[in-house]
Ligand binder design. Structure first.
Ligand code: PLP
Length: 387
């Protein structure tokens, strides 16, 4: 009687959200300070003061906006992209959305025809699988190298006549990898070599909620590495506004038929009900474009955790950005390891939903004390495995 695919999807909630809910229950039972919830990427840094001040001092104006967003806001975003990254951008190609999730759902519906393929480096944000399937596409996983950076020959081998897009996330959730300018340009060159094919160019979909959280080098702006690029941005992480659902899609004017692509974005937004992103937050973020909350805190948390866990004998991926540490589980079954960690009140996300077995993801966008107080628990967990 109902759509069974949706019933099933709703009945098997995301592993990250399950852990997050478990953490909330556990905190109520034994006290917040006794649970080390390193599960969800929910920024703990305060939202920047100019945004808070804006929210405190503005009232009214809560009506519908234009479907793709307020003209002044789209203009501000376009001009920020042009100035900050030195690429052409037009306000007519900016669509305000409810965070990166809506951006992903919209762009995938806008570009995929049934059965078309999206190449995704592994590991990847688990919701990609849901969004791609919902849009009628096929997720084609490709391996990354030993440092979780791009494996270009693997991407080239994965390209077929049905490939519509490559979906990238840098700085990366869950590995913390930040793709270098060199590898982005090499990817752009590779994709450019397919631009003349009868099926049309392959799109680069750049999911960028962690753009500002690159701790070693500033990541290249994807539109400057490849013409046929769409950037999916969110203010969830950079302005610590994850619960408010605000972000944007920016279509490069250098894309093939950018106006038609943007029309498809509008059509998909309309079809999915993602029109008129929250009006107050469209305005609130406009004065804070390029601002980043919590960068220093998270960078220091990441370094502390990396050093402490490595000293204990854990094997951690080198942490270049975002706010996740990707750590080898101490037994082959990451879910079993995560269950054992729970006994120490450590909430770590097993890697299987990210498309790779044998790791856990540790989210460190938490207050410094949580990291410090969690270290004895990590040590005790290590000792259980004979360390
Ligand atoms: N993409 C990646 C890689 C993420 O890590 C997240 C959230 O954690 C999202 C998209 C969704 O972000 P939003 O809260 O803006 O919907």
């Amino acid at each position: 009687m109902y759509n069974e695919i949706m019933v099933q999807r709703g009945a098997e909630p995301s592993v990250i959200r399950e852990l997050f809910e478990y953490g909330n229950r556990r905190k109520a039972e034994i006290g917040e300070e006794n649970v080390f919830d390193l599960s969800i990427g929910n920024p703990s840094a305060p939202t920047p003061e100019p945004v808070e001040t804006f929210l405190r001092t503005h009232s009214g104006g809560h009506g519908y906006t234009s479907a793709p967003g307020l003209p002044a806001v789209r203009k501000a975003v376009a001009s920020y992209i042009q100035t900050a990254f030195g690429v052409p951008m037009s306000e007519s190609l900016v669509y305000m959305t409810c965070g990166a999730s809506a951006s992903l759902a919209i762009i995938l519906h806008a570009v995929l025809r049934p059965g078309e393929e999206v190449i995704v480096p592994v590991p990847y944000f688990p919701e990609y699988a849901v969004f791609i399937a919902a849009a009628g596409g096929v997720l084609v996983p490709v391996p990354t190298d030993e440092a979780f950076h791009l494996d270009l020959p693997a991407i080239e081998r994965a390209i077929t006549g049905k490939t519509r897009a490559v979906l990238l996330n840098s700085p990366n959730n869950p590995t913390g990898a930040v793709y270098t300018e060199e590898e982005m340009r090499a990817l752009g060159k590779l994709m450019e070599s397919f631009a003349g094919r009868p099926e049309g160019p392959i799109l680069l979909l750049a999911d960028e909620p962690y753009r500002e959280f690159a701790y070693k080098t500033a990541p290249v702006y994807p539109m400057s590495a490849y013409d046929h690029t769409v950037v999916l941005y969110s203010f969830s992480k950079s302005l610590a506004l994850a619960g408010e659902r605000i972000g944007y899609i920016a279509v490069s004017p250098r894309c093939f038929e950018p106006d038609r692509l943007f029309a498809a974005v509008c059509g998909a937004g309309r079809s999915l009900g993602y029109v008129c992103a929250p009006s107050l937050f469209q305005k609130a973020v406009t004065g804070a474009l390029g601002t980043c909350a919590g960068r220093e805190l998270y960078c220091a948390n990441g370094e502390l955790l990396y050093t402490a866990l490595s000293d204990m004998g854990y094997s951690c991926a080198v942490n270049e950005g975002a706010f996740y540490l990707f750590v080898k589980a101490l037994e082959p079954n990451a879910a079993a390891f995560s269950e054992r960690a729970k006994k120490h009140e450590l909430l770590l996300v097993p890697s299987d939903p990210f498309g790779i077995p044998g790791y856990v993801r540790i989210s460190y966008c938490v207050p410094r004390e949580v990291i410090l107080h969690s270290l004895p628990a990590f040590s005790a967990l290590r000792r259980e495995y004979g360390g």
